[in-house]
Ligand binder design. Structure first.
Ligand code: CAA
Length: 259
């Protein structure tokens, strides 16, 4: 996949998307969003890919949407021109494979929101998170007002969004914004380790578990439990379920085929 503002590499079933606008701290302009949306669409249906990592490289994740580009936009331009950001985030969030954000340095505004579209977040001990949009006279428009309170609770999300203040990795871990904090030079390796573990599990079960959790957040408890029960039942039609339980009985590791 050849893009200009992102790099996509696939190795051992794990795709790594790297944001590639280093000179502007990976500020996310409309081209980045369009390319991310296309990459996510391709990776979702690529059978050779079983997990996706998104990173900004070893210095910075992303300092937000491109303010210089946004400064020139009117309401209609934003409604239409920034639509790809919504599409990109939703495609990453909903793809039937695990998506891990590997975060070094700043993850601000749209950059922080991009990490929220991932399933799990691994952060460097030097990472900084925040939604500073309020200081620009806008609100977090890349899902921040929706995904952040669902992840860390409304109270803490409101504090971050109303103040625009940044928090460090330790605080992000404490409030549940990130899953793990590791030394800065080990972020990508840790994300790959996590991806490999996900990939070693039954991929049909994992994708349905992801769907249950994501879809469940759009439903009341009763409907969510019903949805879960249907997915659970469906898994008993897979070879992976037979293999997983047979392997347990035979005291060996399962050899899942993803079907
Ligand atoms: N958009 C465009 N360019 C940006 C940028 C952004 N979000 N963030 C940084 N840059 C550019 C700077 O303009 C600068 O470029 P020049 O060298 O051409 O001047 C370059 O990246 C390096 O940045 P700084 O010199 O500012 O670096 P610093 O280390 O002094 O500060 C920072 C780092 C604290 C992250 C600071 O750059 C900053 O505050 N950036 C903006 C953060 C922000 O407000 N993000 C929210 C954006 S709005 C949004 O994301 C909307 C949404 O909900 C989708």
């Amino acid at each position: 996949m050849a893009f200009e503002t992102i790099l996509v590499e696939i190795e051992e079933g794990i795709a790594t998307i790297t944001l590639n606008r280093r000179d502007v701290l990976n500020a996310l302009n409309s081209q980045v969003f369009t390319e991310l949306a296309e990459a996510a669409e391709n990776l979702a249906v690529d059978d050779s890919v079983r997990a996706v990592i998104i990173t900004g490289g070893d210095k910075v994740f992303a300092a937000g949407a491109d303010i210089k580009q946004m400064a020139l936009l009117g309401a209609v331009d934003v409604a239409i021109g920034l639509r790809p950001s919504k599409i990109a985030f939703e495609r990453l969030e909903n793809m039937p494979k695990p998506v891990i954000a590997a975060i070094n340095g700043y993850a601000l505004g749209g950059g922080c929101e991009l990490t929220l579209a991932a399933d799990v977040r691994v952060a460097a001990d030097n990472a900084q998170f925040g939604l500073p949009e309020i200081k620009l006279g806008i609100l977090p428009g890349g899902g921040g007002t929706q995904r952040l309170p669902r992840l860390i609770g409304a109270g803490k999300a409101k504090e971050l969004i109303f103040t625009g203040d940044l928090i460090n990795a330790e605080e992000a871990l404490r409030v549940g914004l990130v899953n793990k904090v590791v030394p800065a030079d080990q972020v990508l390796a840790e994300a790959k380790k996590m991806a490999k573990k996900f990939v070693s599990r039954g991929s049909v079960a994992l994708s349905l578990a992801k769907a249950c959790i994501n879809e469940g957040q759009r439903m009341d408890l009763e409907m969510g439990l019903e949805y879960e029960h249907k997915c659970f039942s469906l898994l008993f039609a897979t070879e992976d379920q037979k293999e997983g339980m047979k392997a347990f009985v035979e005291k060996r590791k399962p050899n899942f085929q993803g079907k």
